[in-house]
Ligand binder design. Structure first.
Ligand code: HXC
Length: 257
């Protein structure tokens, strides 16, 4: 049983993971990150899980790395930091990951949001990279993914001042896909996840991979990957079913084959 997560078994193909460390505003201590990485690996292996929603509390999605734990680490400790491997496992989750964000998403919390594919935020959410106030810089994607998500001027402003932005600013900048009333963020994220879970799993998986390629490769390589993935899907049972269902004017029943 995880100590810092509440996990709701898959319903309609969607697994809900809630960060639960309220005494520290869901600060991402090593144990919490290890639990999250393990939970996502289990979700990846589970054929009944087709999408995952990740959320925190109304006050905080996550307030960043655990500063108390950071205070105890010296340079050698940081070089051998087990959290690096946990972050890599979280960021490489292959199924769709939807974040439902309320309250603070700061530092590692904002970086965790950027590991998600889709971000639904309550209007009171705040996104920031305040590491500069601690004399450090972001260390889990907060310079690289943030710049790609919101562009250079805003990323520079956020990282160099440490000042957070509002949910509305985050949506305008492209960090958030949809805004909701705070109390509806999780429900809306579950709806979006359930809609994805009804699609053909192989197509969803390759669509995610192809879209992520756009962020880290040149256009010609990305287009080649897209063409290969498109061709691969032409040989699937689900592609035949999708086209047949359209012609027969009925909903498609995908099998993941
Ligand atoms: C450990 C934290 C914490 C954190 C909050 N707490 N953030 N503990 N690590 N990141 C704890 C507080 O110490 C406090 O515990 C309790 O949570 C409630 O927090 P308060 O500060 O009392 O709440 P509030 O006044 O509402 O302020 C909320 C806040 C503030 C603005 C979010 O807590 C804050 O600035 N937190 C730090 C945010 C931050 O700098 N994050 C970046 C971390 S560096 P007690 O026991 O005192 O009640 C980072 C690097 C990533 O993320 C690198 C990845 C590899």
């Amino acid at each position: 049983m995880p100590r810092y997560l509440v996990v709701q078994a898959p319903e309609d193909g969607v697994r809900l993971i809630t960060l639960q460390r309220p005494e520290a505003l869901n600060a991402l201590c090593t144990e919490l990150l290890a639990e999250l990485a393990a939970e996502l690996e289990s979700a990846e292996r589970d054929p009944a899980t087709l999408a995952v929603v990740l959320t925190g509390s109304r006050k905080a999605f996550a307030a960043g790395a655990d500063i108390r734990e950071m205070a105890e680490r010296d340079l050698v400790g940081i070089l051998n930091d087990p959290r690096v491997a946990h972050w890599q496992r979280i960021a490489s989750f292959a199924k769709p990951l939807i974040a439902a964000v309320n309250g603070f998403a700061l530092g590692g919390g904002c970086e965790l949001v950027m590991c998600a594919d889709i971000v639904i935020a309550g209007e009171d959410a705040r996104f920031g990279q305040p590491e500069i106030n601690l004399g450090i810089i972001p260390g889990a994607g907060g310079t690289q993914r943030l710049l790609r998500a919101v562009g250079k001027p805003l990323a520079m402003q956020m990282v160099l001042t440490g000042d957070p932005i509002t949910a509305r600013q985050a949506q305008q900048a492209g960090l958030v896909s949809e805004l909701t009333q705070p109390e509806l963020a999780v429900e809306r994220a579950l709806q979006v996840a359930a809609s994805i879970a009804r699609k053909a799993p192989l197509a969803v998986r390759l669509a995610k991979e192809a879209l992520l390629k756009a962020g880290d490769t040149d256009l010609a390589t990305g287009l080649r990957f897209e063409r290969h993935a498109f061709t691969l899907l032409a040989g699937t049972v689900d592609r035949d079913e999708g086209i047949r269902a359209f012609q027969e004017k009925r909903p498609a029943h995908f099998l993941g084959q």
